[in-house]
Design a protein around this ligand. Sequence first.
Ligand code: HEC
Length: 132
Amino acid sequence: MAILDFPPAPKLDIYGELDKTKASQSELQGEAIFNGKGLCVACHPAPYYTDNSMHDLKAERFYKQEMVNGMMMAHDGMIKTFPLRGIKDSPPYLHDGRCFTLEDVVEYFNLVQELHLTTQEKTNLVAFMHAL
Ligand code: HEC
C-alpha cells in the first residue's frame, strides 16, 4: 500500500483516530457512529481504514436485474475494501464511481447495511470522513 501518498490529516493521533483536543463535536460524533451504529469499522479499521480484505456487499438485493444499453446488470461480487485515509480528495467513489460525493456513499451504506441512520448521523459521518 502506498502509505506515503496519503495527504496530511492533522486531526488524527498516532493510532489514526481523532485527537479529541483538535476534532469538532460533529467529527467526534461521526467517529462514534463509524465505530458503533454504522459498523463501518468492521471493514474499515484505523489507521488506514481498510481491512485489506474482499467483501460482497450484495447490493443486488436492492435492485431488479435488467438489460441496460444491451447489457445485463451484473452482481458486483467480491470487492476489496478501499482505504479511507484522504478520502475527501478522491471522488467519485466505489469501484465504478457510482457515488459522486461522500454523502452519496453514506446513503449507499445506509441502504446496503440497513442502518436507518438519521440525517444528523449522516452529516456527522461525512464530517468524520473529511478529517481522515
Ligand atoms: C462489509 C464491509 C464494509 C462495511 C461494513 C463498510 N464498508 Fe465501506 N467499503 C467496503 C468495500 C468492499 C468498498 C468498495 C466497494 C465498491 O467499490 O463497490 C467500500 C467502499 C467505501 C467507500 C468508497 C471508497 C473509495 O475510495 O471509493 C467509502 C467512503 C466507504 N466505504 C465508507 C464506509 C462507511 C461510512 C461505512 C459505514 C456506514 C462503510 N463504508 C461500511 C466495505 C465495507
